[in-house]
Write a new protein. Structure first.
Lengths: 314, 263
């Protein structure tokens, strides 16, 4: 199978996935008890008033009709309007996108070199002190939920030692203006993915170094360094690339939690607020955005992995 | 003795929070004292509404541990039969119908699924168990299916089929039993994942009342008093960390020992 064929097949699968997720999310959210009309009518709802709001918002029409309209809007980049504040959902997404993308992007940017480096370094001397330290730390750190790690770091570096700002309050969403704010969130976000990916790279490097092609290359007289970095490394990185894509799932979950702890006004905070306020269009928009991101990242990762080690992917 | 040493750190890390979670509620007096918020009465001070933090620590482990364990068991009870059916069928469409919907679920970030479902369903421990189990089912089913497929292609199975053994005996009696090893090896990862999800969800206030006696909720609610009473946040946070790390270390250790014995 050529790269083009493979990419096309994955792309079609991705489109189906996004459509399925969008449908699922819409149906789920439509099943939420106490629709927005009830929420808007206030503490002491008067049935007539609820009915009025419902008609005004089009909530009295059948579900499939609203669903079709919503889907049609999506294809035009129209996510609908928030029922709590009346702002277009697209505005919400645009507002929250910057801090979240910044956090996720910086994490990915640091994740790749650090974890590949750690994996390669610990694979060079299997069972050596570096390998043992990295492996044990990875097993332990890997399991820690982000919010507990975050709170411990805040208590230590933010409150006790006062080296770093404990939260992002006061930056008004402009995180780059005060880079010190980003240090703790990034450490928290990196902790889990680094563990899983460096372990994966380590195992794959050890496998690759013991493989027939590596042995053959050494027999041909290629330098150990060339065998390791030009032949073993690409094969070892292929599974890691796919695992990195899987970590975008974690990253999104982690970002939601990290934003809550550090009071960063990103997509995660918007999601938590929207769920609390039963702001259905915003929830739906976010879910579609998250699904598209996850599918896209997985797509790119699979294609890259295919390019790196064509036989490994079926 | 050797076993004690081998599981030392991990075992200790698990034992302390587990003991607190299981036996803790027995040591809490019925009449709870109320004092000033973030005061210093009691061994660990008071929390954001003036309850004794030590009592809350004793009470708060139950939900985390219980929900994670029940959810893990449930996800196996649902995921493994699905995987067996999918792997053992001769009709391809059965496999597709069973596994494709799970792939879609995998494409959505798990915390998002959790938040969405928790906002639909009524609040409560049972809801949280069901949702965490549901989020874990696709992973369990995938791993179980891969294991079952590998076993199903063995010559032994071909022989059983030719002998005219019943589906039940081949699928459950042979394939199911041979899968156990892979499933046990995966158990630690699933349990850690469930713990992680339960704690993170409770922290975000999903599926639990805002004043619940729960370690994760304590971390969230007492965060405002981090400057005044750090113990009220640190005690539950460290307990969750100890539990998660401990579970992971113990299972990793057991797996490596077992792996050596099998080789």
């Amino acid at each position: 199978m050529t790269l083009g064929h493979y990419a096309l097949r994955r792309l079609l699968l991705g489109v189906v996935q996004v459509a399925a997720v969008a449908t699922l999310v819409y149906l789920l959210v439509a099943a939420l008890p106490g629709d927005a009309a009830v929420a808007l009518a206030g503490d002491n709802p008067d049935p007539e008033r609820i009915e009025q709001i419902r008609v005004a918002m089009g909530l009295d029409r059948p579900v499939w009709e609203r669903f079709a309209e919503w889907l049609w809007g999506l294809t035009h980049g129209d996510f609908g309007v928030s029922i709590v504040s009346g702002r277009p959902v697209a505005d919400f997404l645009a507002d929250g996108l910057e801090p979240t993308l910044l956090l996720a992007g910086l994490t990915m940017l640091m994740l790749v070199p650090v974890s590949v480096l750690l994996g390669v370094a610990s694979a060079r001397r299997e069972g050596g002190w570096l390998d043992r330290v990295v492996t044990t730390t990875a097993v332990g750190l890997h399991a820690i939920p982000e919010f507990t790690l975050a709170i411990v770091l805040i208590a230590l570096f933010g409150v006790q030692l006062a080296w770093l700002p404990p939260t992002a309050v006061g930056t008004d969403g402009d995180l780059l203006a005060e880079p010190a704010v980003l240090v703790l969130p990034l450490i928290v976000l990196l902790a889990r993915p680094i563990c899983s990916i460096s372990r994966l790279v380590r195992a794959a490097m050890i496998d690759a170094a013991a493989s027939d092609y590596a042995r053959h290359a050494r027999r041909l007289g290629l330098s150990a360094r060339r065998v390791r970095y030009a032949h073993a490394l690409p094969n070892a990185v292929a599974p890691a690339v796919q695992q990195m894509a899987r970590t975008t799932d974690w990253l999104l979950g982690g970002v939601v939690v990290v934003e809550a702890v550090f009071v960063i006004p990103g997509l995660g905070t918007i999601l938590v607020d929207a769920v609390a306020g039963r702001d259905l269009p915003v929830i739906q928009g976010l879910a579609v955005l998250f699904a598209v991101t996850t599918v896209l990242v997985n797509l790119v990762a699979d294609v890259v992995a295919f390019r790196l080690a064509p036989r490994a992917v079926t | 003795m050797k076993a004690v040493l081998r599981y030392g750190i991990g075992g200790l890390l698990v034992a302390v929070p587990l003991l607190l979670a299981v036996a803790g509620p027995l040591f809490v007096p019925d009449a709870l004292t109320r004092g000033a918020a973030f005061g210093d009465t009691g061994p660990l001070g008071t929390d954001f509404i003036g309850r004794d933090v030590w009592h809350q620590v004793l009470l708060g482990g139950r939900t985390v541990v219980l929900v994670a364990m029940l959810a893990t068991v449930l996800s196996y009870l649902v995921g493994v039969p699905i995987a067996l059916l999918a792997a053992m069928t001769r009709r391809r469409w059965v496999d597709e119908v069973l596994m494709r919907p799970l792939d879609v679920l995998l494409a959505v970030p798990s915390l998002l699924v959790l938040i969405l479902l928790a906002s639909i369903a009524p609040r409560g421990v049972l809801t949280l168990v069901l949702i965490v189990a549901l989020v874990n089912v696709p992973d369990v089913a995938r791993i179980a299916r891969a294991a079952a497929l590998e076993i199903a292609s063995r010559p032994a199975l071909e022989a059983m089929r030719l002998q005219g053994e019943t589906w039940w005996r081949t699928a459950v009696g042979y394939v199911g039993r041979s899968m156990l090893r892979t499933l046990v090896a995966d158990l630690g990862i699933r349990l850690t994942a469930a713990l992680y999800l339960v704690a993170s969800a409770s922290f975000l206030g999903v599926g639990v009342p805002p004043d619940a006696s729960d370690w994760a909720v304590m971390v969230d609610r007492n965060q405002t008093g981090l400057f005044l009473a750090p113990e009220a946040v640190m005690a539950p946070a460290l307990l969750i960390i100890a539990l998660s790390v401990g579970v992971n270390l113990v299972f990793d250790r057991a797996l490596r020992d077992r792996g050596r014995a099998w080789l």
